[in-house]
Design a protein around this ligand. Structure first.
Ligand code: FAD
Length: 440
């Protein structure tokens, strides 16, 4: 009897899973394992841990109870599991992030003669695949998209009819205590969500995707983050409509940012295009931003949704990121860290580069001098104020006229904070700092 270890990471599913097929083909039985890695767990909010715990519970039952969940450092844990189970190979989906790449190199070295076999990745087109004609990586999305389309995406992998799962005689640790997830974290729920979105909202996605009050984007990002669903499955099922075309392009942003981070891992912490700007140290205003108490309704709604649900609409992510960097003059990594802690879909590449796009230091960024006005953004993208009413109960009774500017009411709600800064003044301050930076 031969044994292969299948080490699950950001691929918590059984469908469209090339590494699972490789493990099944390599041996008579497959031992599925997941490592609870402290490095990743310590920076995750309870909301995200709750999602992971339910996804692992589901995967355990779908692998006939065989999934072994073991706590520790992967470079110690994986070789130990190999030795105890007698596995002759370890199978993974590639991880291209800075930490994941280092971790996998350490595990490979620690495994010695037992191969660490990487098949597939969490992306439509894996990082490092596409290069410009001169052999250098892409830094701008549109030419990347063109190259991505020219290459095309593979069809989904077959789902194996049966796999001989085994626990390899290994122990399993308890899952961490965590709250119930805010959305159902199972592979079936991910597919059901996709099907529902495809059948109801995909066609009009291009018209409604920017409206947080309408709130009808796919909300698949947490599933994509943990790999309960692969983007290949979505690309294959898009069909053709104006909405599907735009949706497919959004999925390519995810591949693009992963590619940029793969080639420039330092951009997880630093500007891709450094600007010698003067920043303010994060202090009381940063705390007000984190708590959703800035006095700007759409900013506060977004920051409160983040704490409550671990998810925020894309348009609002841009608005709150612009507010922190341009109105409060705080360097983006501070906000990026807060997002990475709380988002269910926290993804280093999409997050750090989404922040840099807004801050004006990243890829084909909105230029630094484009500063989002939280009032006009609110009026344009949440015209009736529905999104604000959902997350800021103090403002629920305000009319459409006042909800984006409660300070214009004759008697502003007493329990809602006054504006912590004046947007017009801070916009000018931002532009002045930008001019000084350019002169340096
Ligand atoms: C400051 C900031 C931080 C962000 N942090 C993250 C993050 O940590 N994780 C994350 O997955 N996305 C992040 N995004 C991108 C985007 O906001 C989310 O992917 C999107 O809101 C998820 O909701 P959805 O699944 O309903 O998206 P949909 O609109 O339904 O889009 C479908 C999918 O396309 C991908 N996608 C869409 N827009 C983007 C984008 N701008 N960049 C990369 N991928 C995109 C996502 O995988 C998304 O699930 C961030 C954006 C900004 C501005």
């Amino acid at each position: 009897m031969t044994t292969a270890l299948l080490w699950f990471r950001r691929d918590l599913r059984l469908a469209d899973h090339p590494a699972l097929l490789a493990a099944r083909d390599a041996a008579d039985e497959v031992v599925p394992v997941f490592v609870l890695d402290d490095v990743l767990l310590k920076s995750a909010s309870p909301v995200r841990v709750g999602f992971l715990v339910q996804a692992l519970t589901d995967l355990r039952s779908r692998t006939d109870g065989a999934l072994r969940i073991v706590q520790g450092a992967p470079a110690d844990v994986i070789p130990d599991l190999v030795q105890r189970s007698g596995a002759s190979s370890v199978h993974i989906s590639s991880d291209y992030g800075p930490y994941g790449s280092r971790r996998d190199a350490a595990v490979k070295a620690a495994l010695g003669k037992v191969p660490l076999v990487a098949t597939g990745s969490p992306y439509g087109v894996s990082p490092g695949t596409l290069l410009k004609d001169d052999g250098t990586p892409y830094r701008v999305y549109t030419p990347f998209l063109k190259a991505w389309r020219a290459r095309g995406v593979h069809s989904p992998a077959l789902t194996p009819r049966s796999v001989t799962w085994s626990d390899g005689g290994l122990r399993t640790d308890a899952l961490p205590a965590a709250p119930e997830p805010v959305i159902e974290a199972t592979e079936a729920a991910a597919l059901a969500r996709w099907t529902q979105f495809r059948d109801t909202d995909l066609e009009s996605y291009h018209e409604i995707r920017d409206l947080p009050g309408v709130d009808r984007t796919s909300r698949l990002s947490p599933y994509l983050k943990w790999g309960l669903l692969h983007p290949r499955t979505l690309h294959a099922d898009l069909g053709s409509s104006a909405g599907a075309e735009v949706y497919g392009k959004e999925l390519v942003w995810r591949d693009f940012y992963a590619d940029v981070l793969h080639h420039q891992p330092q951009t997880a912490r630093e500007d891709l295009n450094p600007l010698p700007l003067e920043y303010d140290e994060p202090g009381a205003l940063f705390e007000a931003w984190k708590q959703g108490r800035t006095g700007y309704p759409i900013v506060d709604a977004g920051m409160r949704q983040l704490l409550a649900q671990g998810w925020v609409h894309n348009r609002v992510r841009m608005i709150v990121a612009s507010f922190l960097t341009k109105d409060l003059h705080v360097w983006w990594p501070h906000g990026g860290r807060h997002f990475m802690q709380h988002l269910l879909d926290a993804d280093l590449a999409s997050n750090q580069h989404g922040w840099q796009w807004t801050a004006g230091t990243g890829t084909d960024a909105s230029p630094y001098f484009r500063v989002f006005n939280p009032v006009t953004q609110g009026r344009k993208f949440d015209p009736s104020g529905d999104y604000i009413r959902r997350w800021v109960p103090e403002l629920r009774e305000l009319s459409e006229k006042h909800i984006h500017e409660p300070w214009t009411c004759e008697r502003p709600p007493a329990d809602y904070p006054a504006r912590v800064v004046d947007h017009a003044a801070e916009r000018q301050e931002s532009l002045d700092r930008y001019q000084r930076a350019r002169g340096k």
